[in-house]
Design a protein around this ligand. Sequence first.
Ligand code: ADP
Length: 188
Amino acid sequence: MTKCPRLIIFGRQGAGKGTQCALLIERYGAVHISTGDILRAAVAEGTELGRQADAFMSAGNLVPDEVMIGLVKDRLLQDDVETHGFLLDGFPRTEAQARALIETLGAAGFDLAVNIEVPLATVRERIAGRNRADDNSEAVDRRLQDYEDKTMPAVRWFGSIGKLVEIDGVGAEDEVFTRLSNVVDSHL
Ligand code: ADP
């Protein structure tokens, strides 16, 4: 058994990040920290966090950095993360979030950031072919544009500190997973 992976997964909407994260969790057993899932659960439960996040999310906007940074810092402090490692999915989404994360973890506090790269035109086709409640075209466009404007700088920032690997996300799910797990294995 290799050591617990501590990974940050990037990929634009429709890149297959959800599927690949599920496969990674199955294989490596790390704690899946999906900020989208945490926020949706908070909205459903009507917690204070959920009340703060709801309006941003339903408009297809990002939740403010300070809310997200506090949330993820708290989650990373929990014991299961220490024991099993983590897979960060949906965070960081901005360069400010990325810098705050590395301030918290230290550069040695994670193994790798991976970007599952699928071209914009391809994800647009994929999203047009699926049927999700939050996939109305205006919200999709907003989220894709935010990804280019706000999240790509965070992706590039991990590149600038030498911690980013790009994976070709075009192809069958199992082919993409083979590429991904080979990269993860070689960094653990
Ligand atoms: P998607 O990738 O389809 O946008 P997610 O499930 O990752 O979906 O997130 C759903 C929504 O939650 C986002 O559109 C955004 O409003 C909010 N959200 C999730 N993670 C973050 C984050 N790190 N920073 C800001 N907002 C976030």
